[in-house]
Design a protein around this ligand. Structure first.
Ligand code: G3P
Length: 217
């Protein structure tokens, strides 16, 4: 499973990229606004840090305007992935862009039928929002299971990119279902590394090692 980080915070991206575990980045208008930076500048900087797919979302809602924005964004870097909303115009734009060989991440997906249409439109990635489903008492991971079943039925190449991830269990469940990618906020990624028994065990190992009086180098 690929790990993308869901942020436009360049400092956080640099820190996680240094682990060698980061496969890509997703942003959206909210995350860009939160960064306080110029959209094109921050996307260019992110693309230079992470060689994997970097999602940059259009803000137009009409097809022609979406394409125009995508044509402004794609020259930034070869790893740019254009994010479009799962609307009729978004799907039309997805088809046009993927036919040109441009990566497209179709976002704001909340039903398996929407995901089916995105795959038919040739989406590179589909972003079903699990956390926002959970927020309204509907198990978002059920959506991932449905999409996985449908995509497997028809051998769709569109990658399931689990988004709106709120905690480590979302990551675990996505991996058990067989999602292709999770995009995870930085604070949630760091929770994946941490466990108190790991810390306790390491402390115990080092204390016993210190008693040997030895050093390795
Ligand atoms: O990539 C989509 C993600 O940023 C949405 O997350 O927590 O706002 O639902 P959230």
């Amino acid at each position: 499973m690929k790990f993308f980080v869901d942020t436009a915070d360049v400092g956080q991206i640099r820190e996680l990229a240094a682990t060698g575990l980061l496969d890509g980045v997703t942003t959206n208008p909210t995350l860009i606004a939160r960064s306080g930076r110029n959209f094109l500048d921050v996307i260019a900087e992110i693309c230079a840090i992470v060689p994997g797919p970097v999602s940059a979302e259009v803000v137009a809602t009409e097809h022609e305007a979406m394409v125009a924005e995508a044509e402004k964004l794609t020259p930034i870097a070869p790893n740019i992935t254009i994010k479009v909303p799962l609307t009729l115009d978004g799907l039309k734009t997805c088809k046009v862009l993927t036919d040109r060989g441009i990566m497209v991440n179709v976002t704001l997906c909340f039903t398996a039928n929407q995901a089916l249409l995105a795959a038919k439109a040739g989406a590179t990635f589909i972003s079903p929002f699990v956390g926002r489903h959970d927020d309204v008492s509907w198990d978002g991971m059920d959506l991932i299971e449905d999409i996985k079943t449908i995509y497997d039925n028809y051998n769709f190449e569109t990658e399931i990119l689990v988004a709106s991830v709120r905690h480590p269990i979302h990551v675990l469940q996505a991996a058990k279902i067989g999602a292709d990618v999770v995009t995870v906020p930085p604070d949630v990624i760091k929770k994946l590394f941490n466990h108190p028994l790991t810390d306790k065990g390491l402390e115990s190992f080092l204390a016993d090692w210190a008693k040997t009086g030895q050093s390795i180098v």
